[in-house]
Design a protein. Structure first.
Length: 278
């Protein structure tokens, strides 16, 4: 079985905010890690005032691609594939109606390209997205739909016969925005007399709500690399903003994990565990 992970992401910076520590960890263990990014983040804005210059705004797409390359190198990805679709923006916007937007591209065309990547790389694990109820961005929802179909199609010899020999990845995971993590870190911040960046969001969540079964990957040794990768997205991430409001020592003491939901499995993997790859 190939010790490879193929990670699908929607935009530059998603690879750094979802599972970066886990990829860094597995890369250090000798696992080949391949990043596939669907769009260039064209619909995004400059969210860090320190990076908001005329030069940056004159070609934000090129800047974001460079940020992605820098972040991927920090994380330790072995290869980066940019599919080249346009960021779809949010519903009912001009970006969402753009003919080159990711959501308006042929589903089968995109799926065929992804199948070719999976059959070439032969990963044990594919990382996709869950249904993103908490952040229903059209591009994230499309990654969810594609990743579920990709897990099936790449293994089917009757589908996309020109895309290479069929390959059956063993597991499909999605990074999880877990309530357990949010509540645990929120309490750890409160214990120190500090505000959590999740306080306003969690206030609107049913106190009885719970997570699905999750795999918790310990990223203690790779937390700072993940945070450095996030900082590499200078146009999107304010180093003094909410992403870094919780100090590293609080995370390490209270919840040094990245969480993943097992979306599909061929090897009988438990949805609860400490590893994504055997």
């Amino acid at each position: 079985m190939s010790r490879t992970i193929v990670a699908l992401h929607a935009h530059p910076d998603d690879e750094s905010s979802k599972g970066a520590g886990t990829i860094a960890r597995y890369g250090d263990m000798g696992v080949r890690c391949v990043l596939v990014t669907a769009t260039g983040g064209e619909a995004g804005d400059v969210l860090n005032s320190a990076a908001d210059t005329p030069e940056v705004r004159s070609d934000l797409t090129a800047v974001r691609r460079a940020e992605l390359r820098d972040a991927a190198a920090i994380i330790g990805y072995d290869d980066v594939v940019m599919l080249g679709y346009r960021d779809s923006g949010m519903p009912d916007t001009d970006e969402n109606r753009h003919p080159e937007a990711f959501v308006n591209a042929s589903f089968d065309e995109i799926l065929g390209r992804l199948v070719a990547i999976v059959r070439s790389e032969q990963p044990e694990v594919i990382l996709g997205y869950d249904d993103h109820e908490w952040y229903p961005h059209p591009d994230h929802l499309r990654i969810h739909d594609l990743s579920e179909e990709l897990f099936v199609a790449a293994a089917d010899p009757d589908r996309f016969p020109d895309a290479g020999e069929p390959w059956a990845a063993q597991r499909l995971y999605a990074p999880a925005f877990s309530l357990r993590r949010i509540r645990t870190l929120g309490q750890a911040m409160a214990d120190r007399g500090l505000d959590s960046p999740f306080d306003r969001w969690i206030a609107g969540v049913d106190p009885q709500a719970s997570d699905p079964p999750l795999t918790h990957v310990d990223v203690s040794a790779h937390l700072e690399r993940a945070r450095s990768a996030l900082r590499a997205h200078r146009t999107q991430i304010d180093p003094d903003g909410p992403w870094f409001q919780i100090p590293s020592d609080v995370i390490l003491a209270a919840y040094p994990y990245e969480d993943f939901e097992l979306m599909a499995s061929r090897d009988g993997a438990s949805p609860v565990g400490r590893e994504l790859i055997s």
